[in-house]
Write a protein of this length. Structure first.
Length: 260
């Protein structure tokens, strides 16, 4: 099979981009191609002024896609080309049938500056966890920054996907059974930013959740010294989005400084 035309990819040619991601999904990229992709993406990331990979995770229906949609708008406003990967590990069971419902970004489909791709597991979770970081690197080479990775739930597979982003956002909502006690293991540790969404529905519940999160953070300080901010949003009313963007930038600056 012909190798990826990296020059065409770097020019942002959409068919080359889509084809490369498909080959990554199907495990068809050679070791050499993978190494080249990895190298190029890393080199670009170190010079890019835009945020890199942003992960958004949380229980079904908390508002991840609605928030992603608004973040895409914010970043487009500053002229960036934005990539979106909607990852659905549950598609191992459902065959990906739900995925269409999960993407609420139709308005961006006509914008050539936004590339949206849904990735379902097709019965093989390990493949998905591998293909997602490759896809985000391919997008980076094609000039997309940031790349937003939306993934459903906070189980082990999502944590796996989130290991390959620069900033992980965990979205919660009041009254969604999302209190701290019931939050699945691993969630507090992976979050760089917490969003409490749907505050328009239950401000009191949201405030309670916020207090709980802050308390639990006081109990377990992270090794790197970063304290995940807790941001209250209503994606419906577009409240809190600029704060989220500011927090993303702050976290990525923090990580950049960390790297030396
Ligand atoms: N009241 C209220 N509804 C919201 C808010 N944000 C999202 N919703 C609604 O919640 C529903 C689910 O939103 P999505 O953005 O699809 O949630 P999601 O987390 O991406 O869902 P899955 O991908 O299926 O897990 C939709 O009907 C949204 O309109 C909000 O801030 N307030
Ligand atoms: Mg969604």
């Amino acid at each position: 099979m012909a190798e990826i035309n990296l020059e065409a990819l770097a020019r942002g040619e959409i068919d080359v981009l889509a084809g490369a991601i498909s080959r990554g999904e199907n495990g068809e990229l050679s070791e050499r191609e993978l190494a080249t992709i990895h190298e190029r993406a890393a080199a670009l990331e170190s010079v890019s002024s835009q945020p890199g990979r942003i992960g958004i995770t949380g229980s079904p229906g908390v508002g991840k896609s609605t928030l992603t949609n608004l973040l895409v708008k914010e970043f487009r406003g500053s002229g960036a080309k934005v990539g979106v990967l909607a990852v659905d590990p549950s598609s191992v069971l459902t065959g990906g049938a739900l995925l269409g419902d999960r993407i609420r970004m139709q308005e961006h489909y006509v914008d050539p500056g936004v590339f949206i791709r849904s990735m379902s597991a097709r019965g093989h979770l390990g493949g998905l966890a591998r293909a997602t970081p490759i896809a985000s690197e391919i997008l980076a080479i094609a000039g997309y920054a940031p790349v937003i990775v939306e993934t459903v739930g906070v189980g082990q597979s999502e944590v796996e996907v989130m290991n390959h982003v620069d900033t992980t956002i965990v979205v919660l909502a009041p009254g969604a059974g999302d209190d701290i006690q019931s939050a699945k293991a691993g969630i507090l540790e992976v979050a760089d930013i917490f969003i409490i969404n749907k505050i328009d529905r239950d401000l009191e519940g949201a405030e309670k959740l916020r207090q709980e999160l802050i308390r639990s953070q006081e109990l377990s300080m992270r090794h790197d010294g970063w304290r995940a901010p807790v941001i209250m949003t209503s994606a419906l009313d577009r409240i809190g989005i600029t704060e989220v963007v500011a927090a993303i930038k702050k976290h990525q600056e923090f990580k950049g400084a960390d790297k030396g």
